[in-house]
Design a protein around this ligand. Sequence first.
Ligand code: FE2
Length: 173
Amino acid sequence: MSMIPDPEQCYRLLREAGCSDEVINHCEAVRKVAVRIAKKAHANIQLVEAGALLHDIGRSKTQGIMHGIEGAKIATELGLPLSIVNIIERHLGAGIPIEEAETLGLPPKDYMPITLEEKIVAHADNLIDNDREHPIEIEVEKALKKGHTKHAERLMELHRELSQRCGMDLNDI
Ligand SMILES: [Fe+2]
């Protein structure tokens, strides 16, 4: 499957991978916000929609930080396009640079979102708690409480970058 799957195919893939209803509802909520951002940002909507629906497919294997990597592995095995694999692998927080990846025990690699579509899915996920929208400041607070200052800074930076691109504060999207 080297083409971008349509939403129905994405739901089928999530279910076949063994994702719970909770994960699927979360992916649906992220999809809605991500598509709204994609329209404003003039991004590839089809890619953002599929990437948003599939971003947590790795939660069928683990709820931990490895779910991005597990998800990318599943997507690769399914023969999904690299554009989707990378959205999944780079969606954690506002991305994880290689130095932090090593500290977190992830395979040493840069997990920062690069393309506009990767950034949009990562950020839509930051604007959703379970299946409800919340302002980015809530996510920033959570990171600061855990002492993850750099993570908090990256969240705000991505929020600013995409808000600027969309010509609006994405808390109001
Ligand atoms: Fe995730």
